[in-house]
Structures are given as structure tokens and as C-alpha cells.
Design a protein. Structure first.
Length: 94
């Protein structure tokens, strides 16, 4: 795996972690007090910008996710809405 693949995969996991928290890029910027701008977080997520180790650790803590869960090649983070159960009003026609 080259550095570009690593950055893209890491970015994808950061994005899933953010979305699992129910946060937009703008909300991350606001809730972090501007520590991370929506543009820098978006660039980390897309792999356009390399993330510093300190920033990676801090974002993981901000999202409440373990570091190893965010690393490429480890267990995949699953978008939270993928596992939502349908409401009880849903019926199936067979």
C-alpha cells in the first residue's frame, strides 16, 4: 500500500467516524472551536492532505473512536445508519 492509498483509506474511516457522530464538516469546526476547519477536515477525509499524528489522535478522541479502528487494514468502521432497524410500521408483502 502506498502513501496515497493509506491517506485515502484513513480519510474514509475519519469520514465514517464523523458521520457516525452525526456531524457535518461545519459542525466539527464549530464544536471544536475552530481547532479544525471544515476545509482541513474535508481534505483529510478525501486524502488530499496528509494528517499529522497529533491531529489524528485528537480527531479520534473528538469522535470517540479508538486509533486502531481508524487505521487502514484494521476492522472496518460501519456507518451507523446502516444498522438502523426499520420502524414497527413497516410491513412486508410476500
Amino acid at each position: 500500500m502506498n502513501i496515497n492509498d493509506f491517506s485515502r483509506q484513513l480519510g474514509y474511516k475519519l469520514r465514517i467516524a464523523r458521520l457516525n457522530c452525526g456531524l457535518s464538516l461545519a459542525q466539527v469546526e464549530a464544536q471544536s472551536g475552530g481547532r479544525w476547519t471544515k476545509h482541513s477536515v474535508g481534505d483529510y477525509e478525501s486524502g488530499r492532505r496528509n494528517i499529522k499524528a497529533e491531529t489524528f489522535v485528537d480527531l479520534a478522541a473528538f469522535y470517540g473512536v479508538s486509533l486502531d479502528a481508524l487505521l487502514p487494514g484494521t476492522g472496518m468502521l460501519v456507518p451507523a445508519n446502516l444498522w438502523r432497524l426499520p420502524s414497527k410500521d413497516v410491513s412486508l408483502s410476500l
